[in-house]
Design a protein around this ligand. Structure first.
Ligand code: CP
Length: 318
């Protein structure tokens, strides 16, 4: 594995999942794999789980993680080619990234979309420019359109929690929110579940919240949440803003929030969310504090997903 920015960087999802679960059983099995190597984790946007789990994963492999909050502590970077830098940006990525390439062995980046211009966000300019100019493997810690470490974690968590010999039914259910959020987690979850191919996958959302079909192709899509929830084994709850009329909120009806009453339609489904979550807006207290929620298990598995990915990159890049 050279880079890790989407499911397309993975040869075999199940092999990566099993490696992650092996690290969960034996966190220090490869404690010297990353000896004398450094990972630079650049945050252009905030994080809790991704930052801490990636640090722990690197340390479990004997690697030194260095965190740089570029967004709040660094020079403001320019990403456009041939930019005339007379505005607010101070340093071009083509000058900064090669330096990161000398300081680190792996570069990991978090960058959010603007949600103002769909073409710009979906071009993934920021992460592509780091790949182009850093000269070392690049790991996405969430980009403008995808969150692959979260999605790998989600497949790990479903694999761990589902013991039956049939395909699970997984439902991605849109939830209300107070502000427009990226489509990254929903895009990425859809992309990974479809590529995995081991589940019956249904996406439910209000009208006009269609995601990019590049990611959802293969899923059943319905605006009828109750119908979608029927017999579900997993309900993945997430808000996203509109894709077609980009970055808007059209719908905030609390009737889309998952409750215990709605959970009765499911096959006693486990409830997932990537976190952070707005309680009693996106997900009810009764669900989050109840026996069906596996959000803490899910978040704890972020370590093993990151560790499996970093190990794979270290092994393939010497
Ligand atoms: N799920 C997730 O990526 O959490 P953070 O934003 O806290 O990293």
């Amino acid at each position: 594995m050279k880079n890790f920015v989407s499911v397309h960087d993975v040869n075999n999802i199940d092999t990566l999942v099993q490696r992650a679960l092996a690290y969960k059983s034996d966190p220090f099995a490869d404690k010297s794999l990353g000896a004398n190597k450094r990972i630079g984790c650049l945050f252009l946007n905030p994080s809790m789980r991704t930052r801490l789990s990636t640090q722990i994963a690197a340390q479990n492999l004997g690697m030194e993680p260095i965190i740089f909050n570029v967004g709040s502590e660094g020079w403001m970077l320019e990403f456009e080619e041939e930019a005339i830098m007379s505005g607010t940006t101070v340093e071009h990525v083509k000058d900064a990234a090669p330096i990161f390439g000398k300081y680190f062995d792996i570069l990991a980046i978090r960058t959010f979309p603007s949600l103002k211009n769909r073409e710009d966000d979906y071009s993934e300019l920021y992460i592509k420019q780091f790949i182009r100019y850093a000269g070392i493997p690049v790991v996405s810690l969430e980009s403008a359109t995808l969150h692959p470490l979260q999605s790998l974690t989600d497949i790990i968590t479903i694999t761990e929690a589902f013991k039956e010999k049939r395909k699970p039914k997984i439902v991605l259910s849109w939830a209300p929110h107070v502000k427009p959020l990226p489509q990254c987690v929903a895009n990425s979850f859809s992309q990974w579940v479809n590529a995995w191919g081991k589940a019956d996958f249904v996406i439910t959302h209000p009208e006009d919240y269609e995601l990019n079909t590049d990611f959802t192709k293969g899923a059943v899509i319905t605006h009828n949440q109750n119908e979608a929830l029927k017999d579900a084994d997993f309900v993945y709850v997430k808000n996203w803003s509109t894709y077609t009329d980009y970055g808007k909120i059209y719908e905030s009806d609390p009737k889309w929030m998952l409750t215990n009453k709605k959970l009765e339609l499911t096959n006693n489904a486990k409830v997932m969310h990537c976190l952070p979550v707005r309680r009693n807006v996106e997900l009810s207290d009764e669900i989050l504090d109840g026996p069906n929620s596996i959000v803490t298990l899910e978040a704890s598995n972020r370590v093993w997903a990151a560790q499996a990915v970093l190990a794979e990159i270290l092994k393939s890049n010497g």
